[in-house]
Design a protein around this ligand. Sequence first.
Ligand SMILES: [Zn+2]
Length: 64
Amino acid sequence: MDCKNCGKKDLSGDELAIYRKLVNRGAKEFLCIDCLAEYFKCDRSEIEDRIRYYRESGHCTLFV
Ligand SMILES: [Zn+2]
């Protein structure tokens, strides 16, 4: 799976999952973390914090 914005190859499972979580549960196209940060006008580290949060919360089946 590639980033639909910048074309980055082989997005990680985390990148796919956080996109589904934050943007569109049924997404067929995805953004990498950098483009997602741009999309939300926030810092890349905030996206990474979100990933960590959802991963550690253990409730989100997108992050198993
Ligand atoms: Zn990208």
